[in-house]
Design a protein around this ligand. Structure first.
Ligand SMILES: C[S@@+](CC[C@H](N)C(=O)[O-])C[C@H]1O[C@@H](n2cnc3c(N)ncnc32)[C@H](O)[C@@H]1O
Length: 229
């Protein structure tokens, strides 16, 4: 196979946006209708792995760590979280598009080593924002890779996640010293300011799409301060 073949397509719930899964030899791509480039490509996942590393390294020795991953995609971030955290951790992965979960249960799952089949993974089919609004329990880390950055791409309602209201909710849902890490194709000063205004200590990290090469992606790493005595 020397060209991309569309294997399946699906519609993002409550929208006209179409997602397609394409394959070329052992490579896969998920694309969004009407937008250039790939939402996700199986050959480039260095920054998706780094997202997990930045948010979860401090959790490797923590018992019963609770982690929320927003956006399953091809499962690379989820797989990297599972590699980093301990055996007692619980990792909830929220995915808006049912077909993406099905693709991961099938052919696509081999890309990241089938992380949704790991005993520590819980799949939440639905919007990560609803989960953040509804669940009462708190997380040690929240990882968001649902768009191209702090602007909606697959789902217009994602705007809430990056707003001051959304960030305040994320802050409430984190335990002291908990980290929210947000993947982005570019830096965004206004978003950085909103994170700081919410109360987070923020770092902006740069990671190449592939080790040592490719686009320079950004990861906002925002940590909730330690609880006041
Ligand atoms: C760029 S991909 C994630 C890539 C992933 N980090 C990986 O390692 O493969 C974005 C994913 O987020 C999903 N998504 C978009 N908005 C969402 C939302 N509000 N809640 C849950 N999932 C969402 C998309 O359907 C897509 O599967």
């Amino acid at each position: 196979m020397d060209r991309w073949i569309t294997i399946e397509s699906t519609t993002v719930p409550a929208s006209d946006t179409e997602l397609t899964l394409s394959q070329r030899d052992d490579d896969f791509a998920i694309r969004v209708s009407g937008l250039p480039g790939d939402l996700m490509n199986s050959r480039r996942h260095h920054s998706e792995d780094a997202l997990a590393e930045f948010a979860c390294t401090r959790l490797s020795a923590i018992e019963n760590a609770q982690i929320l991953v927003g956006g399953l995609g091809m499962g690379f971030t989820l797989a990297a979280v599972l590699k980093t955290v301990g055996v007692s951790a619980e990792v909830i992965v929220a995915e808006l598009v049912p077909a993406v979960v099905e693709w991961n249960r099938g052919l696509l799952g081999r890309c990241a080593g089938r992380p949704i089949e790991d005993g520590r993974t819980r799949v939440h089919l639905g919007d990560v924002a609803d989960l953040l609004k509804q669940r009462a329990d708190k997380f040690d880390a929240i990882l968001l890779d649902v768009d191209n950055g702090p602007e909606p791409m697959t789902h217009s309602d994602n705007e809430w996640l990056y707003s001051l209201a959304g960030l305040k909710r994320i802050y409430e849902k984190l335990r002291p010293e908990g980290i929210v890490a947000i993947w982005s194709a570019r830096a965004d000063q206004a978003f950085m300011k909103r994170l700081k205004k919410t109360g987070f200590n923020v770092q902006l990290r740069t990671v190449r799409a592939r080790p040592g090469k490719g686009s320079r992606h950004k990861i906002f790493v925002a940590q909730k301060p330690r609880a006041q005595k």
